[in-house]
Design a protein around this ligand. Structure first.
Ligand code: ADP
Ligand code: MG
Length: 244
C-alpha cells in the first residue's frame, strides 16, 4: 500500500540546512498496523507528514497504491482523501457542531450528498457512543471525546490508511484509554494504520510491526513480541529502558 524508497528530508533554517530524514526505506502492506517509536526530534512526525505530502520530500520516492506521490503531477487532494490523519491536537473546527465537523469534508469535496454524509456521520458517532453529542460544539466536550471525533471525522472520508501522530499525547491520562480503544477497534476492523505513539502497551497489543527511529533513520524494526523482548540496537535498548 505504501512504499518508501531512500526518503530524505531537510529543512532550511536560520542556522542553515538541517537534515531530518536520512534515507528511509519502508514497505507497508494493506492491513498492517505499523507503530513508530523513538526519541523526540528523531523525525517521526516528518516521516508521517511526508507520507501524505504535508511535507514535500527532499529526495527519494514515496509510493501510495501504485502512485508516485512526490511527483509534481500527483493529485494531492485525491491522495489525502485516501489517507486519514489524526494529530496530537485535535483540530476540530470550533464554529461547527460535532456533526458538521464530520460532514464537512465529504460534502465540500462532493463525495457524498448532505443526507448521505449526515447518515454516515451519525453511524460513526454511534459506533463510538457519542451520538448524543452530534449537535453540540467542540468547546463543550472533553479532550478524549474530541479526539475520538477527530478519528471518525477522518473515517468519514472512507480512507484506505489512517496515520496517527501521537494521538493521545495531549490528553489527560484518564482519557487516553477511550481513544486507544477506538483505535483498537479500527485495527480489528482491518484498517491499515501507521501510528506514532509513546503508548508501548498499544504497540505490543495492536502493532504488527514496530519501527524504532533515531536520527532520521529507522534503526530497528520487528514484530512487537520480538522487538520488546529482544531489542538488538544499543540505541533501541537505551530508549526502551527509559520508557518501559
Ligand atoms: P519527532 O516527531 O520525532 O519528535 P520531528 O519530525 O517533529 O520529530 O522533527 C525532527 C527534527 O526536524 C527536529 O529537529 C525538528 O526541529 C525539525 N523540524 C521539523 N519540522 C521542521 C520545519 N518545518 N522546519 C525546520 N525544522 C523542522
Ligand atoms: Mg512528533
Amino acid at each position: 500500500m505504501i512504499c518508501v524508497k531512500d526518503l530524505k528530508k531537510s529543512f532550511h533554517t536560520q542556522n542553515g540546512e538541517i537534515q531530518v530524514l536520512n534515507g528511509i526505506n519502508q514497505t507497508i502492506k494493506k492491513g498492517e498496523k505499523v507503530v513508530v517509536i523513538g526519541p523526540s526530534g528523531s523525525g517521526k512526525s516528518t516521516f508521517l507528514r511526508c507520507l501524505n505530502l504535508l511535507e514535500q520530500p527532499t529526495s527519494g520516492e514515496v509510493w501510495f497504491e501504485d502512485t508516485l506521490i512526490n511527483d509534481p503531477k500527483c493529485n494531492v487532494n485525491a491522495l489525502r482523501q485516501k489517507m486519514g490523519m489524526v494529530f496530537q491536537h485535535f483540530n476540530l473546527f470550533p464554529h461547527l457542531t460535532v456533526l458538521e465537523n464530520i460532514m464537512l469534508a465529504p460534502v465540500q469535496l462532493k463525495l457524498q450528498s448532505k443526507d448521505e454524509a449526515r447518515e454516515n456521520a451519525m453511524r460513526l458517532l454511534e459506533r463510538i457512543g457519542l451520538s448524543d453529542k452530534a449537535d453540540v460544539y467542540p468547546a463543550t466536550i472533553s479532550g478524549g471525546q474530541k479526539q475520538r471525533i477527530a478519528i471518525v471525522r477522518a473515517l468519514a472520508m472512507n480512507p484506505d490508511v489512517m496515520l496517527f501522530d501521537e494521538p493521545t499525547s495531549a490528553l489527560d491520562p484518564e482519557m487516553v484509554g477511550e481513544v486507544l480503544e477506538v483505535m483498537k477497534e479500527l485495527a480489528q476492523d482491518g484498517m491499515t494504520m501507521v501510528v506514532v505513539t509513546h503508548e508501548m502497551g498499544f504497540a505490543k497489543e495492536v502493532g504488527t510491526r514496530v519501527l524504532f527511529m533515531d536520527g532520521g533513520l529507522v534503526l530497528e524494526e520487528a514484530p512487537p513480541a520480538e522487538f520488546f523482548a529482544n531489542p538488538k540496537n544499543q540505541r533501541t535498548k537505551d530508549f526502551l529502558s527509559k520508557v518501559l
